[in-house]
Ligand binder design. Structure first.
Ligand code: ADP
Ligand code: MG
Length: 602
């Protein structure tokens, strides 16, 4: 039954073009009826020719001419209708495939980050491409073959029974045999085909994952191991696929046998009926043509069932993603706040990724417009999570976050996020040009604005070194750049957006000390007039912060200005002292930060 449900859902997706779809369906019905009439007319012509009428008389012409004209007319109609149906359904199916793909893409992009953390992008791409391919094929073949085939069978069986029930019985038996065999094979192989599709998705995921880490694969000399890993996936896929193929092969042989048997039975029964005078030669010819047509249609239906069967798991995966509800949606009454001043308040905010263990608990703090708030604490203590709640990557489980006194859940996501610039802990870059990466937050940025932001982030020097300048492409995830260059590009991107609230999540951690100092000076200037949240390990940044929030295990364990905290001799002071005592001042080296400057080893 799940096949029927899947199929109906596939057809419902045509709803937006329902007028054209219904027209095509009606044209198909007309086509099926004509295809049925044609052999019947042909049988009549044969009877007329085989001497039922006096030869070479006017009355013979008068009987034959309309039959011939009707036969030719139907033939012509079948050709023209067939061409028109093919023309329009081709276009319809292609149009719908591409629109559905775009809709799917939009939907996936809105799914919560927690969802994406669990589902590999390689798998998503596979589900998107194979899912839309199946849809395209089902739509196309629905209009070009299947619907006409179904209608044809529905018209043929009752009418042929009326024409000559004894000749029609073998046709009926043939239909029953085809249906039973197909149902049996589907029943036997259903679970196996689901396993096959899972293997295909695993394969896509593994291949994409390996390709995404090709540098790792090569440097650790893992090419052979990775290939053999993939081959073992291919082998288990083939092991799962073979039994399904065998079942369909059995079905093909049995249906072929049933077909030959049916033709033989019609001929034998027909001959007998002719001898006893219950059927004419024309009727026998009609039934033989009908049987041939019926067999073609039945084979189409079986082919369709086979394909639907093979594709059902693909479609199930596709629909499963479509049915995943974006956790964060704009409320119907959500407002766009315009440009905010930057007053941020967390009130008893708790959040858990897995619903069991809190990643952050009871966060309570306020940042006035223009404040710099530093977040320090050991790795995994919840700093990045706390700030992700501010730009609503997730919504808190408990508590309230406000910006300028407005609950952020009452704002549109776009309106909120336009006000927040984020430099992420891991730099996220597109496989596009530097310019395209820079203007992510400000699509209409001019080249000189980009250059200015890049200069402030100390990125201009390496951009200008490349002959293509801003138009240079930077590779997948920016891998044509060094870690420090990627980070400076990410900072420039956030500066270009010029938001009233800025989040710097270890934004300078990959820079060498000299560049870091230069970027930091630029950032200090940029932070003026904005509310800045900075997760940092550099002492200078933390020292200048309006307030420091010390995180420990998801809680804010201490809070205050640098001197307050040092005087208090609590957790923070211990942390700073531990850094000094364990790390004597080394000379600045390459892209390493100075451990002596670190508040927290992160
Ligand atoms: P920090 O930024 O202080 O290093 P995080 O906020 O990144 O810490 O992480 C806090 C806790 O939440 C950690 O225990 C981490 O393992 C967990 N965590 C972080 N991101 C995710 C995620 N996407 N899904 C599940 N758990 C996560
Ligand atoms: Mg972090």
């Amino acid at each position: 039954m799940s096949f029927v449900r899947t199929y109906l859902r596939v057809l419902r997706l045509l709803g937006v073009e329902s007028r054209l779809a219904i027209t095509l369906a009606l044209a198909n019905i007309a086509l099926a009826v004509s295809q049925f009439v044609e052999p019947v007319l042909f049988g009549r012509i044969i009877d007329a020719l085989s001497g039922v009428l006096p030869a070479a008389s006017w009355s013979a012409v008068r009987t034959l001419a309309p039959l011939m004209a009707a036969w030719a007319g139907f033939g012509l109609f079948i050709i023209v209708a067939g061409v028109l149906i093919a023309w329009f359904s081709d276009r319809l199916a292609h149009r719908r495939r591409n629109m559905t793909l775009a809709d799917f893409f939009e939907h996936v992009l809105q799914l919560p980050l927690a969802y994406h953390a669990a589902a590999h992008s390689g798998r998503q791409v596979k589900v998107m491409l194979t899912g839309t391919d199946s849809l395209w094929w089902l739509w196309l073949s629905f209009f070009r073959e299947h619907f006409a085939a179904f209608v044809f069978i529905c018209v043929l069986l009752p009418t042929s029974l009326l024409l000559n029930w004894r000749l029609a019985l073998p046709l009926l038996a043939l239909c029953v045999a085809f249906t039973a065999l197909t149902a049996l094979v589907m029943h036997k192989a259903q679970a196996m085909q689901r396993a096959v599709e899972r293997h295909y998705s695993d394969l896509a995921e593994t291949a994409a994952d390996t390709l995404g880490n090709v540098a790792l694969v090569q440097s650790f000399a893992r090419v052979e191991l990775e290939v053999s890993g993939l081959k073992s996936l291919v082998n288990s896929l083939l092991r799962a696929q073979m039994p399904v193929l065998s079942w369909w092969a059995v079905a093909a042989v049995l249906t072929r046998a049933a077909t030959t048997l049916t033709l033989l039975v019609i001929l034998t029964v027909g001959t007998y009926l002719k001898l006893v005078g219950s059927a004419s030669v024309g009727q026998i010819v009609s039934f033989m043509s009908l049987a041939a047509l019926l067999i073609t249609r039945l084979e189409q239906v079986v082919g369709f069932s086979n394909r639907l069967f093979m594709d059902a798991p693909k479609l199930a995966e596709f629909f499963e993603v479509l049915d995943t509800v974006p956790a964060l949606r704009d409320r119907p009454d959500a407002v766009d706040p315009g440009r905010v001043r930057g007053l941020v308040a967390f009130k008893d905010v708790s959040f858990s990724y897995d619903g069991r263990r809190d990643a952050v608990t009871d966060l309570d703090f306020t940042a006035l417009p223009g404040d710099t708030v530093a977040l320090v604490g050991p790795t995994g203590s919840g700093k990045s999570t706390a700030l992700a709640l501010l730009y609503r990557a997730f919504d808190p489980r408990r508590g309230l976050i406000t910006v300028d006194g407005m609950d952020i859940r009452t704002l549109t996501l776009t309106g909120l996020r336009r006000n927040i610039g984020v430099v992420f802990q891991e730099t996220l870059l597109f496989n596009r040009s530097i310019a395209e990466n820079l203007c992510v937050g400000k699509p209409d940025a001019k080249a000189d604005e980009m250059r200015e932001a890049a200069a402030r982030a100390q990125a201009l020097e390496f951009i200008d070194r490349n002959p293509d300048g801003l138009e240079a492409r930077i590779g997948e995830r920016g891998r044509l750049l060094s870690g420090g260059e990627r980070q400076r590009l990410a900072i420039a991107r956030a500066l270009l957006k010029n938001p009233p609230i800025l989040i710097l999540d270890e934004a300078t951690s990959a820079l060498d000390p000299l560049t870091e100092l230069k970027v930091q000076i630029a950032l200090d200037e940029v932070m003026k007039g904005r509310t800045t949240f900075v997760i940092a390990h550099r002492l200078a940044t933390v020292r200048n912060a309006t307030r420091i929030l010390v995180f420990g295990n998801g809680h804010i364990v201490e809070t205050g200005a640098f001197d307050d905290l040092m005087r208090r001799s609590g957790y923070f002071a211990d942390l700073v002292r531990a850094q000094f005592s364990t790390s004597p001042l080394p000379a600045a080296r390459g892209e390493h930060r100075r451990p002596s400057d670190a508040v927290v080893e992160d």
